[in-house]
Design a protein around this ligand. Structure first.
Ligand SMILES: [Zn+2]
Ligand SMILES: [Zn+2]
Length: 212
């Protein structure tokens, strides 16, 4: 019965898909209230597939991120203060980036650390023309719901990965006409169309000569 076979295959694929769902889909939100009494230490693992980096970047293994969040209270005047969050962490993972020339995946291990300060988004909204000092350009913002650890890690990974990756320094890339990966084999595009055009030009030259 072909129908039963199709159904079985569909079920298998569905179960297969479920098994490969990212194991850790929770979002870690850090809020000042959590940090009032003591700093928050965290040891999270971001599973591959949870964060969407860019079309040519893929996280291929778990990404452990360990660190601490502290509350920093900024006193702006005698009766106003701002709750900043200082986030320090270390992370590492393995990535695959497509070669900029031949689009083959290239393994890129990455390890990094950051020490950043985040201010509530609302804190500077009414500040108008408040001058920004050199130090403050390093300050990020968090939303009312809290600071998303995943968002910070994603941004730090994107900043740390090379902007252009090649599988090897002299990667020959793809043939722009047939798409052949020229590191693996030569194609014959170079010869054939060039010959045709040359023949056409040669033929035209012959005709022009006949006229004179
Ligand atoms: Zn390449
Ligand atoms: Zn070709």
């Amino acid at each position: 019965m072909p129908d039963v076979t199709v159904w079985k295959v569909a079920c298998f694929l569905w179960l297969f898909d479920l098994r490969h769902e990212p194991a850790n889909l929770k979002i870690v939100l850090i809020t000042p209230i959590q940090l009032v009494d003591e700093p928050l230490e965290f040891n999270e693992i971001i599973a591959p597939g949870v964060l969407d980096y860019a079309a040519d970047i893929r996280q291929v293994g778990p990404l452990p991120v360990n660190g601490v969040a502290d509350l920093l209270i900024e006193h702006r005047s005698s009766n106003s203060h701002v709750n900043d969050i200082r986030l320090r962490a270390h992370y590492s993972s393995n990535f695959e980036i497509l070669c900029a020339r031949c689009v083959d995946p290239v393994a890129v291990p990455l390890e990094g650390e950051f020490d950043l300060i985040f201010r509530p988004e609302s804190a500077d909204a009414d500040a108008g023309e408040r001058s920004i000092t050199a130090d403050e350009t390093e300050i990020g913002y968090y939303q009312k719901s809290g600071l998303s650890l995943e968002d910070v890690v994603r941004e730090q990974v994107l900043l740390s990965l090379p902007s252009r990756t090649l599988c090897m320094a002299d990667c020959k890339g793809l043939c722009p006409r047939c798409g052949q990966n020229l590191n693996q084999a030569k194609c014959s595009c170079d010869e054939a169309p060039a010959d045709v055009r040359w023949n056409a030009l040669a033929g035209l030259a012959d005709k022009l000569e006949l006229k004179h």
